[in-house]
Design a protein around this ligand. Sequence first.
Ligand SMILES: NC(=O)c1ccc[n+]([C@@H]2O[C@H](COP(=O)([O-])OP(=O)(O)OC[C@H]3O[C@@H](n4cnc5c(N)ncnc54)[C@H](OP(=O)(O)O)[C@@H]3O)[C@@H](O)[C@H]2O)c1
Length: 322
Amino acid sequence: MKAIIITKPGAPEVLKIKEREKPQPKPNEVLIRIKAAGVNRPDVFQRKGNYPAPTNVPQDIPGLEVAGIVGEIGAEVTQWKTGDKVCALLGGGGYAEFAVVDARHCLPVPSNWSFVEAASLPETVFTVWQNVFLRGSLKSGEIFLVHGGSSGIGITAIQLAKAFGAEVYATAGSEEKCKACEDLGAKRSINYKKEDFEEVLKDIGVDVILDMVGGDYILKNIRLLKADGRLVYINAMQGGKAEIDVSDIMKKRLTLTGSTLRNRDASFKAQLSAAIKENVWPVLEAGKFKPVIYKTFKLEDAAAAHQLMESSEHIGKIMLEI
Ligand SMILES: NC(=O)c1ccc[n+]([C@@H]2O[C@H](COP(=O)([O-])OP(=O)(O)OC[C@H]3O[C@@H](n4cnc5c(N)ncnc54)[C@H](OP(=O)(O)O)[C@@H]3O)[C@@H](O)[C@H]2O)c1
């Protein structure tokens, strides 16, 4: 099969298309003939050598989410059959013609969604469900702020939070990105290059914040949270260190939490998948969530897809089509 290989840590050009042996499914796995794969920021970190793959997936093929057709099933798999259209969360190996995955980590392609659209879902939906709704316990009627609102994660967080009844605010780095966030359901999106989000939101207060920026956002976030507020970290691109006065946490009874998805065990991801099928898939089927695909590249052009992601010009998802 053809696959994109990280030939050495470095710039996008280290991604090369090569021949690799087609993987064989274990008894609990399915083999997917991949039609589309999502590009995620963690793939860029992996390519640079800063985010090693877990040991049970190909070490040098990036790709955390795919959609395609079930080609083979392992002996113990009962919930899928050959020919089913699925999308799946992978620990790696998605930039390829085939991948094997635990059958429990697959979800059906929603009705009337293309493979490219379906492949844009797993990594962000699993991350947002876990962090905003489980760790952050966002409830209907609460106020939610997501930083990086136009990112793949951001567009998912805005739409799901809105669909579940929250009042949504976002930050993003341009007027165009802010407009996109508002078109997706944010009540107000703040261009952080022109305005201080803390100043804009301080009189409103926020119940749950999803942050991937860190740095000087850490203390601003803590100051913005209302009593019993929750601050959830999924990355800290501007740095993870801050000096925090715990009395601020005590006085407002705040919860500071966060998580990473990729290193969680297979059973945890299976539980998450089942919860997402029950809670999120009906939202997709009801048309209350739309895929936001910024650009789709051919598999062999993965380097160009990474260049685009590193430019941060995109709004929503960057995809590969196989
Ligand atoms: N913990 C987890 O389980 C998990 C899982 C998936 C993703 N993530 C993290 O979630 C984040 C979003 O992932 P994604 O795939 O959606 O990426 P993405 O689409 O590339 O989004 C990243 C966004 O962050 C902003 N940004 C980029 N560099 C920045 C910097 N140095 N400081 C502040 N903002 C910056 C950019 O928007 P602006 O132009 O508006 O600044 C960009 O749109 C990444 O940090 C990723 O590592 C975490």
